[in-house]
Design a protein around this ligand. Structure first.
Ligand code: DGJ
Length: 685
């Protein structure tokens, strides 16, 4: 990456492959310079990282300002560039002496060579009481002049239960734009983008770490240059200054390298957070799709026994445990165990779960309140509302105004009390509605972050997961206090494998919950074989979310065997390099993780194959010269196993070179839908 200062203008000269150490950057600049064309100001306009509207620039701006309610355009001068001693951070500073303001953009390159950017605006004036200076009315985390060649962009707009629907679009003269306006990233897409250069295969990943709303636009001008602008709306004028959320960009020569770069970045965030210690991703048993609201203490204890027998290591009690919560119509806000279901509190259940060798997790949705709750009856003014007007609900609930100190403090105290009084290893922190009728006046995500940081400092033993009707609130900035995401409410394996594939382009498997759901699936109604459900769930942070009592003996046996496989392989899956496997049949999806001398691959066929013999599956990420022992770990998919030639050889292991495995591939029976295989590899020479 090379920035080029020209007077007070700052250009992005290069964002791409590493240049030669002896590269003459002045010559590079000369090679990139363009003469004036017929249809532009006589002095070409200042674009770059801080475009100047005064120069005739008509593209997007990094930030806009006003004073006394009227727009004002600062004259940003005195460009001063700072670098950190390790050159990991580079920052540009400008000021406007007359308006007494200062602007700073900073780019920091860390793990995976992913660059984290943000913008900071400061009112530097000494103001008399009541006097207001310049305020920023919008301020982007990033304005990126897109390197030429990135003419296609993949975005991931979806909906509830259909998260991360990837769509690849041309970056043409028509503007592209995405926005979320519900106080959370939501399913609108745009907060994660992958640009690609068709000619070279290079990729450019982008993300805005906006726990609340975001707006992302791409505009291409008539010079042919495209800009990406990413920002979060400013909830109230930024008197005194503003520090934007982070945006991320990562350049890579190909898709696999981009994935590894984002994974390295995510892992670094997790590892560098003060209250995180490395922890094994224990197998979850979650009660939601096993019994929803239909339980009492005795049923939960039976479920816990069945979960432990399968090999689960954590029993997570989902929605329905707190006072008055027998359906989604009541109870949010009253974070005490329901006295009818738990006459002696959660203590006896937790003790039972622990005696079975598991730890205990609990669902909460602390930002919300049900109109039918003690909290609402005591404080009807604590929710977002407009005085005198009806209070619109979503999923029968209202949102608490977390920016009011007494509200945040009360909820924090309730959750801290729960954690103090009960041994809780995991909190599933849910968030199931948008923030309306009016947005909170302060920064809701900011208050939330403070709460998470404090809870993690006080209870470092407790892992927190971010869930928002599935993957409605997932961002890199959360990684640290948040260690797990719920990627989708859809546990139907055929849907889920696609969703996991897309999320895992950007986030490592260990942070992505991956559960075996019931059959038929409660959302899609689809019936799927246990072998298929279980194999696919291994590739993530594995869990079970189905009632074992409704499974056949064979299904329980099959599930337990896969849980055992997950435990055997999680050290590889959660530390290694992920590779998505290409296959000519679009209904065959594959991924594999390589780590040290070991690798595990998952190959899944979701639809009926047009041919009897699917093309061999080519593996990836291996050393061409090395020799590997390849086995197909049992259990095998019941229908497909009959088509396997030489079953004994697959059990004992075939010795093949990395070159053969990647170039020639493995012929697996993949004719029928709902067939999945795990492929284990061990390097032997
Ligand atoms: C929505 C979540 O995404 C589900 O997994 C479940 O926890 C329900 N909420 C519970 O109400």
């Amino acid at each position: 990456m090379v920035w080029m200062a020209r007077g007070d203008a700052l250009e992005l000269l290069h964002l791409g492959p590493r240049l030669h150490d002896a590269e003459d950057l002045a010559v590079l600049a000369a090679a990139a310079a363009r003469g004036r064309h017929e249809n532009q100001p006589d002095v070409p306009p200042t674009g770059g990282l801080l475009p100047d509207p005064r120069s005739g620039w008509r593209g997007p701006l990094l930030a806009e300002f006003s004073r006394d309610g009227l727009p004002v355009t600062p004259r940003w001068t005195g460009l001063h560039i700072e670098t950190s001693p390790d050159l990991g951070t580079i920052a540009a500073n400008w000021s406007d002496g007359d308006l007494e303001t200062h602007l700073r953009i900073s780019w920091t390159m860390g793990a995976g060579d992913v660059i984290v950017t943000h913008t900071q605006f400061t009112d530097t004036g000494f103001r008399a009481i009541g006097e207001r200076g310049v305020v920023t009315t919008r301020c982007a985390s990033l304005l990126l002049p897109l390197p030429r060649g990135f003419d296609k962009v993949t975005h991931f707009a979806g909906r509830w239960a259909d998260d991360m629907r990837a769509e690849r679009l041309p970056v043409s003269r028509a503007s592209l734009g995405w926005a979320s306006r519900g106080g959370k990233p939501g399913f609108a897409g745009g907060d994660w983008l992958v640009f690609d250069d068709e000619e070279t295969g290079a990729q450019l990943g982008f993300h805005i770490a906006a726990t609340g709303d975001h707006e992302v636009r791409i505009e291409r001008n008539d010079d042919g240059n495209a800009s990406l602008v990413a920002e979060t709306p400013i909830p109230a004028p930024g008197f005194g200054g503003l520090h934007t959320p982070e945006a991320l960009i990562g350049w890579a020569p190909d898709a696999a390298t981009l994935t590894r770069a984002f994974h390295a970045h995510a892992r670094e965030r997790l590892a560098s957070y003060a209250h995180n210690a490395p922890r094994e991703r224990r197998v979850h048993f979650n009660t939601w799709e096993a019994c929803a609201f239909d339980f009492d203490e005795a049923r939960l204890m039976r479920l816990a026994e069945d979960a432990a027998a399968l090999g689960a290591e954590r029993f997570a009690l989902d929605d329905g445990w707190f006072k008055g919560r027998s359906s989604d119509r009541a109870g949010l806000g009253d974070w005490v165990p329901d006295p009818v279901r738990f006459p002696n509190g959660l203590g006896p259940l937790i003790a039972y779960v622990k005696a079975l060798g598991m730890d205990f997790g609990l669902w909460v949705e602390p930002e919300m309140v049900s109109p039918d709750s003690d909290l609402y009856r005591a404080h009807p003014d604590w929710c977002l509302h407009e005085p005198g007007l009806p209070r619109p609900t979503e999923r029968n609930q209202l949102v608490l105004d977390f920016t009011r100190p007494e509200v945040g403090d009360h909820i924090h105290a309730c959750i801290a009390k729960l954690l103090r009084e009960n041994d809780i290893a995991y909190l599933k922190w849910d968030h199931n509605r948008r923030l309306f009728p009016q947005p909170p006046l302060g920064a809701h995500p900011g208050r939330l972050r403070m709460m998470w940081d404090q809870l993690r400092a006080d209870f470092p033993h407790t892992m927190i997961e971010s869930c928002s009707s599935g993957g409605g609130r997932i961002d890199m900035g959360l990684l640290g206090p948040i260690e797990r995401f719920w990627p989708s409410d859809n546990n139907d394996t055929i849907e889920r494998i696609r969703i996991m594939r897309e999320w895992s382009r950007l986030l490592p498997l260990e942070v992505l919950g991956s559960h075996v759901g019931p059959s038929p699936n409660p959302i899609t109604g689809r019936r799927l074989a246990m072998d298929f459900r279980a194999k696919v769930a291994v590739f993530g942070h594995m869990g079970v979310e189905a009632d074992p009592a409704r499974m056949t003996d064979k299904e329980r046996e099959c599930l337990a065997a896969h849980i055992a496989l997950y435990k055997q392989w999680r050290g590889v899956l959660h530390a290694g390099d992920l590779h998505h496997l290409a296959h000519p049949d679009p209904n065959i999806m594959g991924m594999m993780v390589t780590h040290g001398d070991k690798a595990l691959a998952l190959v899944a066929q979701t639809a009926f194959s047009p041919v009897f013999d699917a093309a061999p599956v080519r593996l990836a990420g291996l050393e061409p010269e090395a020799l590997y022992r390849v086995t197909l770990p049992a259990p095998w998919p019941p229908r497909a196993r009959h088509y396997l030639a030489n079953p004994d050889a697959w059990r004992e292991g075939l010795i093949l070179s990395g070159a053969a495995l990647m170039g020639h591939g493995l012929a697996l029976p993949l004719t029928h839908p709902e067939t999945a295989w795990l492929i284990a590899l061990e390097k032997i020479a």
